[in-house]
Design a protein around this ligand. Structure first.
Ligand code: ZN
Ligand code: ZN
Length: 166
């Protein structure tokens, strides 16, 4: 899941290459930065501060999305607010998405079940627990039984589009 992310200078180089390709002759003097804390969107464009931030968490999981997010934020950086018809037309021209991909979840490894109520609990490591629904304290009667391996995760629906703050 972890991938080598481009350095900040590399990121800015890629961004300016996209400016030259899609907005020849235009200056888009934005600084592009990684944000280690951003988790609700893939990227954000701070228009007034001339800064674009990209989520390092999101792009470590989906490194192939970096050009896509850069193009998306570039459109905002040229002064297109929101995701209306103007944005969508530019997104088609640059070949990028209006909405970010769903963030992949860390997969669960194991499924346990309560022998009494049948409730299933997914975990990432082996545990020895009793069912919290059946008894608030540890009770061997409700000790969770290992059912097997958890199924692969279902991707979550996109929470937020690659963002835009003006
Ligand atoms: Zn139970
Ligand atoms: Zn946007």
């Amino acid at each position: 899941m972890r991938a080598e992310l481009p350095t900040t200078p590399q990121l800015n180089e890629t961004f300016q290459a996209l400016v030259r390709e899609f907005f020849p002759g235009q200056r888009v003097p934005f600084r592009v930065e990684w944000s280690p804390r951003m988790s609700r969107s893939a990227g954000l464009c701070y228009y007034r501060r001339k800064v674009i931030r990209l989520s390092s968490k999101y792009h470590a999981a989906l490194p192939q999305e970096i050009p896509n997010t850069l193009k998306h934020e570039l459109i905002h950086a040229t002064g297109v607010l929101g995701h209306g018809w103007k944005f969508r037309a530019e997104a088609r021209r640059l070949g990028c998405d209006v909405h970010a991909q769903p963030m992949p979840r860390r997969p669960y490894k194991w499924v346990y079940a309560c022998p009494a109520c049948g409730v299933e609990v997914k975990t990432r490591r082996r545990v020895d627990l009793s069912c919290g629904k059946c008894s608030r304290r540890w009770d061997p009667k409700y000790r969770l039984v290992l059912r097997g391996n958890a199924p692969p995760p279902v991707p979550t629906a996109p929470k937020a589009p690659a963002g835009c703050l003006f």
